[in-house]
Design a protein around this ligand. Structure first.
Ligand SMILES: [Zn+2]
Length: 223
């Protein structure tokens, strides 16, 4: 296209498309460039100072690191992404997670990245592994391996359950995939509430040979 139209032609075409088919920000509804994922305002409101290490004690995960609180634009963006309305949002999340990893004190060399798998029902309805896509790209940016280590079985969703019920509900939810489990693992999930999902994943991984596990999440909804 650029060879036919030249740079000026492309920018003219860009302006024409933008005039007739402007993008609409999926969070606030304002007009934006059709090539953007979110409008400038919403994008800048996602530029938080990373929260860093969460004050949460889990039995099977050595530390948990978090980018932001599950509220405002970050919550809206995660929901839009998770429910399959805007898959390109993963590009923004990858940037945020790389920033979090680089600022954390975890020396991630020699670690293998994995992710909390979505359960089968939600994967089938959304058609994609929303946590795996982010974790795989973050691993690539950090220069470490990504492996699918866990598989989810079907089960009741965690939404609306008490902390105790959540702990009980996730037991036995995950199983190891067909791979050797590495000793040092970074595990990514989108949202942490009580930590019972991460802890259960950690339990299974440690039962199968993992020694050190650090959790990294986009957002927390811990009250
Ligand atoms: Zn917006």
């Amino acid at each position: 296209m650029s060879r036919l139209l030249g740079d000026r032609g492309v920018s003219f075409l860009h302006r024409v498309v933008n005039f007739f088919l402007p993008g609409v920000c999926p969070i606030c509804g304002s007009r934006m460039d059709f090539t953007d994922v979110l409008c400038e305002d919403c994008t800048s409101r996602l530029n938080l100072t990373p929260l860093m290490r969460l004050n949460i004690e889990l039995k099977n995960v050595d530390s948990v690191w978090c980018y932001g609180k599950y509220e405002d634009e970050l919550r809206d963006a995660i929901k839009l992404y998770k429910y399959g309305f805007l898959s390109s949002l993963h590009l923004i999340f990858v940037d945020k997670m790389v920033e979090l990893f680089e600022r954390s004190s975890v020396n991630f060399e020699g670690f293998t990245m994995t992710s909390v798998p979505p359960n089968l029902n939600s994967r089938l309805s959304k058609g994609f592994d929303h946590t795996g896509i982010v974790a795989r790209k973050v691993a690539k940016r950090l220069g470490i391996d990504y492996k699918v280590l866990l598989k989810a079985k079907n089960g009741k969703p965690q939404v609306g359950l008490s902390a105790k019920e959540r702990r009980r509900n996730v037991v036995g939810r995950y199983r190891i995939g067909n791979r050797v489990v590495p000793e040092k693992i970074l595990i990514f999930d989108d949202v942490i509430t009580t930590g019972s999902t991460l802890d259960e994943c950690g339990r299974i991984l440690k039962e199968h040979g993992a020694v050190e596990i650090h959790g990294f999440v986009l957002a927390h909804s811990i009250i």
